[in-house]
Design a protein around this ligand. Structure first.
Ligand code: ADP
Ligand code: MG
Length: 594
């Protein structure tokens, strides 16, 4: 088997790391590396949570505290094995993270950081005040971790355990990010143009994915705390307080919160410079104190000014580029939906109404789409097209009326359930994940046709299904004529191709009905022609489409029927020729368009 340069590099670095304690490296440096490994584990969780998900937690040190105290308490007070202690710590952490996540992650961004601060403070004072946990003095005489007769009793031995855990964590997170749930996680960061609308429309529960990210981050911190307690052979509350919670964020952000290796860069940098600063600053200033914190604050601001994604991307430039593997087009197809027969009633929109306060944006509009048809919904700006689109796709609740897909009511359902029933959509304002490849973006469309979860991703038992998903994505890209662009980053594409990629993503869900919201908006003439060609081809292949568009010329040659809206009501419905000939429609468009 030929190794990719990156994998070979990782194996090389791992081998060096594994050898270090057997070489005459001074104990001081082994201890430093131990701390770096422990910090990296925690920072790794923040890469996932903050860097990928855009969620901030100040409570990671507290989760480390749970791991440390659970095992230390059981070992010291009850003579229980550290391995059982680890298990108890993980269970406790899971329970705590689920409760905290459940309470805060449904709400917008600020609740999680606040809740993690509160939780961090609460745990700190609990640890410091409980008799059983030794109050602020903590617990002494924590035994080393053992496997059979082998005891990880000194810094050289526990080093092996720490770095095995840190590297395993890095590999697990890397694998997670390159998977079905990982793609959803990478689409969430609101600070980088993400959010929940698109993944929900692809059928994913964004809340669930946020909870999983929070949980994984908490568990990584817990393992770090466990290792720390048995390395230190004692625990006390101070390393698990809010100060360390902030410091972990420093590490992750400084090192590069967008990459797994940024966590290691940040942990190393903070640990090594902090030690130097602790020695030098008091000498320089002639008095003692935690001045390094101030220096770090300043350094952080400067670094983020210069390199907003942290230091790792600067290092990464000198490494071989990530190898993109071509999808295996021979992978078996994903299960397909049973398709409606041509002419079957597909979408029925019955007297839908939407009132925003006193404004009736959509006023009892009725129309239908039969299988195999392309219907255009047109009208001047402000006519209520987008609102109608949102009512049909489950983004907005109806005031009254009904929407049926294949005979079943879908109004009132969240958009991911609407997607589940076979409706897929694109967005007027393109929603692609810019730092994912075109192929990965399209693969998001297969979310509902695949099953693999977080654990399968980390253990790589998802590879067969993943190959199927990527092959499907590649097929859909080829279908719209962008097969060659598969490995391009989506953010590098022009608007026209981006809109086509959105169509491919929607097609990857194997929809019965495809909804397009102003697909031609903002496109240049050539791009519009390319788009029209693709839509015509989809129509020839028998797909059903609802096209919301205000560019009348664009829909004329494409559609079977056109529904015209004005001021929230249906003005008329007819063939393109009838609509074109209608004086009413011309009047509606005159003065507002062209
Ligand atoms: P179109 O897509 O045809 O340009 P829209 O559906 O976006 O029209 O808007 C129809 C009308 O509803 C407009 O007058 C618009 O200002 C109003 N409208 C749309 N969304 C909202 C909202 N969330 N709150 C209040 N008014 C809205
Ligand atoms: Mg609109």
């Amino acid at each position: 088997m030929k190794l990719a340069p990156r994998t070979a590099g990782l194996l090389g670095v791992s081998a060096v790391i594994a050898l270090l304690p057997f070489l005459p490296v001074p104990a001081f440096w082994i201890t430093q590396l131990n701390y770096i490994g422990l910090f990296s584990l925690v920072a790794l969780g923040l890469v996932l949570l903050t860097g990928v998900g855009g969620l901030t937690s100040f409570g990671q040190a507290a989760f480390a505290g749970v791991g440390a105290y659970a095992s230390a308490y059981l070992a010291v007070k009850h003579g229980i094995s550290p391995w059982v202690g680890l298990l108890v710590g993980l269970v406790l952490t899971t329970a705590l993270a689920l409760v905290l996540g459940w309470l805060t992650l449904r709400m917008s961004g600020h609740y999680l950081p606040l809740a993690t601060i509160a939780w961090s403070l609460a745990l700190f004072y609990t640890m410091g005040n409980m008799e059983a946990l030794g109050k602020y003095d903590g617990l002494l005489g924590v035994p080393p971790i053992t496997v059979g007769d082998f005891s990880f009793q000194d810094e050289r031995r526990i080093y092996l355990l720490i770095w095995a855990a840190a590297l395993a964590g890095a590999v697990a997170v890397t694998r997670l990010l390159d998977s079905r749930p990982g793609r959803v996680m990478r689409s969430l960061d609101v600070h980088r143009g993400g959010g929940s609308t698109m993944p929900e429309a692809m059928g994913a529960s964004t809340f669930r994915h946020k909870v999983v990210m929070f949980l994984v981050a908490a568990l990584l911190a817990c393992v770090s705390g466990w290792l720390f307690a048995h390395m230190q052979r004692s625990v006390n509350p101070s390393p698990f307080g809010i100060k360390f919670g902030i410091e972990y964020l420093f590490m992750a952000v400084l090192g590069g919160v967008g990459s797994v290796w940024g966590a290691f860069t940040g942990a190393a940098l903070v640990k090594l410079t902090e030690d130097q600063l602790q020695v030098w600053l008091p000498q320089l200033l002639g008095t003692s104190g935690s001045f390094e914190v101030i220096v770090f604050g300043i350094v952080l601001v400067i670094v983020l000014q210069r390199a907003p994604r942290g230091l790792w991307p600067l290092i990464e430039r000198f490494l071989p580029a990530k190898q993109r593997v071509d999808p295996d087009d021979a992978a078996p197809a994903l299960p397909a939906r049973d398709k409606p027969r041509r002419g079957e009633k597909l979408l029925q929109v019955e007297a839908v109404r939407k009132a925003f306060g006193g404004l009736v944006a959509v006023n009892d509009v009725t129309f239908h789409v039969d299988a195999g048809e392309i219907i255009g919904l047109i009208g001047p700006n402000g006519a209520g097209k987008s609102t109608t689109f949102n009512l049909v796709s489950g983004v907005l609740p109806l005031t009254s009326g009904a929407v049926k897909l294949r005979g079943q009511r879908i109004d009132g359902l969240p958009s991911r359930e609407v997607a589940q029933r076979g409706m897929s959509r694109t967005f007027q304002h393109v929603k692609l994940v810019p730092d994912m490849t075109v192929l990965e973006n399209v693969a998001m469309g297969t979310y509902l046709r695949t099953k693999s979860g977080t654990l399968a991703a980390m253990l790589r038992t998802d590879r067969t299904e993943e190959a199927q998903a990527l092959a499907e994505a590649h097929r859909q890209l080829a279908r719209i004529g962008l097969g060659e662009m598969a490995h391009e980053l989506a953010g590098n594409l022009a608007l026209g191709p981006q809109r086509l990629v959105e169509i491919a993503r929607a097609l990857a869900s194997d929809p019965s009905l495809l909804l397009l919201d102003e697909p031609a908006a903002g496109l240049r003439h050539k791009e519009k022609e390319a788009l029209a060609a693709v839509l015509r081809q989809l129509k020839a292949e028998g797909l059903s489409l609802l096209l919301v568009e205000h560019d009348m010329d664009f829909v004329m040659n494409l559609t079977d029927r056109i529904v015209v809206m004005e001021f929230g009501t249906k003005l008329m419905e007819g063939t393109p020729a009838e609509v074109q000939a209608s004086p009413q429609v011309r009047a509606a468009y005159l003065g507002t368009e062209h």
